[in-house]
Design a protein around this ligand. Structure first.
Ligand code: B12
Length: 504
């Protein structure tokens, strides 16, 4: 029987209520699905009882399928919980997983009895074709839906990848599906009513460690300036947003293509944050910087990754350590805070590289004390996760644990919820770390963040930040990072914000 497809889209809880941002993935999917059917969104970041809400919604409506967005890390456990609950109560409802987890770990996702389909990469087109087929409408056959993986009896079939494209956008996203979209306003260092937005899709770089390269394979699409203007008009003038976080995978693409977008943003003057690269910022002309200043860029998250030029080459980062130092200075001159992220404790030369990175961070702080530093543990993607274009090119050296045993990645979603694997996915832990090094990294971070409290911490009182900074001063200056018990104690009362946990 043919029915107009009706899809339930779920964002399982991944963050606190106050850190919730627009669930942009589901809004994009919903806009696409509503062209030929209808859709309903449940956001577990806002609706904390999202499993009961899901079951009640399915009870009320007949959904053609349920789509669950799953990022690796802390979102896997709630995604399992909601999928299992649906399977138990409504066994015939098809369950589709989409987003980074099923894209990077497709076989693992489909090993679960409660996942019927995995959508790899961009979901709009793939999901629309799938629900049309499931609803009995005219649609390509299952084997012809690009970007879809599915189960054929006991085997998993991976249809070819789908080409990346800028999603069609005839209107602003269907924000009203979230109830009052103003519930998503966040009070941040950018403003009192900060909202998240994504204008361009993808990234032209193919860094081997990055999930975005694995998802987009080096493709990127910028929106026409009129589209950005329309969206900003809505967000600023209709909703009342006063600042923006641009989630574009790599905001500053080719300068000539960026200028029309920056011109629009300079007219709106909404303070903003984005992901950027040091080389792109260093190469911007003075006239573009003028637009950047006018548009009020406040902070740029820049992947510095390592002070080791050879390692940057190996991971195909395409930037150099001297560019990281230069960009810290350039940002200082332009009133932009560089938020520089590093990957410490790589699988080889683990301790040496980590200490080298600490010294490099000190140099950055000398150049620009306002630089924000994010420290992650380098946890490479499994070889099978890399984009098909990159997989065979540079086979990775096998990853070994502390005892020299090869690391075996989980084969079920449940295993990915074990703390050690959540730590791996969140870049906070790796099987080759000794307890000593783990503690050393934590201690360095404690001293660093107490001595240089993040500008993103708008909650802790200034006097508390000042006293912690003074307390941490001697440790920082004398490199006495080990066991900073007095800072940990003081921090229990102040609870300084840590950008890598509460940021993006
Ligand atoms: C917002 C965000 C978050 C939010 C939560 C988002 C949410 N689900 O509510 C928060 C801040 C909580 C978060 C946390 C983390 N994040 Co995050 N996050 C992002 C960010 C900046 C934007 C995501 C977004 O909205 N994109 C816009 C939409 C339109 O694109 P999209 O999500 O890719 O959606 C498309 C497809 O993926 C697919 N799709 C998505 N969902 C679904 C669902 C269905 C049913 C289907 C069919 C398809 C589908 O179709 C969509 C439309 O085309 C991305 C980077 C980026 N720019 O994408 C990182 C990113 C997704 N995060 C990432 C990571 C790793 C994390 C962490 C797990 C770890 C970390 N250290 O950052 C943490 C967890 C931290 C912790 N300790 O709790 C990585 C994922 C890569 C990977 N290796 O898995 C990214 C790519 C950043 C990066 N470059 O490394 N994150």
């Amino acid at each position: 029987m043919s029915q107009s497809p009706h899809t339930l889209l779920i964002n399982p809880t991944i963050t606190s209520r106050t850190s919730a941002r627009f669930p942009l993935a589901l809004l994009h999917l919903s806009a696409a699905l509503d062209r030929t059917g209808s859709s309903h969104i449940i956001d577990g970041n806002v609706d904390r009882d999202f499993i009961s809400e899901t079951l009640a919604a399915i009870e009320r409506n007949r959904f053609t399928a349920v789509g669950v967005g799953v990022m690796g890390g802390p979102q896997v456990a709630p995604a399992i919980a909601v999928s299992k609950a649906i399977r138990e109560r409504f066994p015939s409802t098809p369950i589709v997983w989409g987003s980074y987890f099923p894209t990077l770990h497709t076989n693992t996702a489909l090993a679960a009895p409660y996942v019927d389909y995995a959508v790899r990469g961009q979901g709009e087109q793939t999901m629309s074709e799938l629900v049309a087929l499931l609803g009995g409408q005219a649609a390509p056959a299952l084997a012809d839906i690009g970007g879809l993986s599915w189960k054929n009896g006991g085997t998993v079939v991976h249809n070819p990848n789908r080409r990346i494209e800028l999603p069609a956008s005839d209107a602003v996203l269907p924000y009203d599906k979230l109830g009052d979209p103003r519930r998503y306003f966040a009070r941040t260092y950018l403003g009192r009513r900060t909202v998240a937005h994504q204008s361009a899709m993808g990234c032209r770089f193919r860094c081997t460690f990055c999930g975005v390269a694995a998802m987009f394979g080096g493709a990127t699409f910028l929106p026409p300036a009129q589209r950005l203007e329309r969206d900003l008009k809505y967000l600023k003038h209709e909703l009342g947003a006063d600042s923006m976080q641009y989630f574009d995978h790599n905001f500053f693409d080719r300068e000539e293509d960026m200028v029309p977008l920056l011109e629009v943003m300079a007219r709106f003057e909404l303070p903003w944050w984005c992901f950027a690269r040091s080389d792109a910022l260093l190469n911007l002309s003075e006239s573009s910087w003028k637009l950047v200043r006018k548009s009020r860029l406040r902070m740029a998250f820049i992947g510095a990754e390592s002070p080791n030029g050879q390692m940057l080459k190996e991971i195909r980062k395409g930037t150099r350590p001297d560019q990281t130092l230069q960009v810290a200075e350039l940002c200082r001159r332009n009133g932009v805070i560089p938020e520089l992220s590093f990957m410490v404790a790589p699988p080889e030369n683990t301790e040496e590289e980590t200490e080298h990175t600490f010294e490099f961070i000190r140099e950055l702080k000398r150049i620009n004390p306002q630089s924000e530093i994010i420290i992650y543990v380098y946890t490479p993607l499994p070889d099978y996760s890399r984009h098909e274009k990159d997989r065979a090119k540079r086979p990775m050296a096998p990853l070994l644990d502390l005892h020299g045993e090869p690391i075996v990645f989980p084969t079920t979603p449940e295993e990915w919820t074990e703390p050690r694997w959540v730590g791996y996915a969140c870049h906070t832990d790796a099987p080759w770390l000794t307890d000593k090094l783990r503690r050393r990294i934590r201690d360095f971070e404690t001293v660093l963040r107490c001595h240089f409290p993040t500008a993103q911490d708008i909650r802790s009182p200034p006097w508390a930040k000042r006293s912690l900074s003074a307390m941490a001063g001697w440790r920082y200056h004398h490199r006495k990072y080990d066991r900073p018990w007095e800072l940990n104690l003081a921090n229990r009362f102040v609870r300084l914000r840590m950008p890598q946990v509460s940021g993006l």
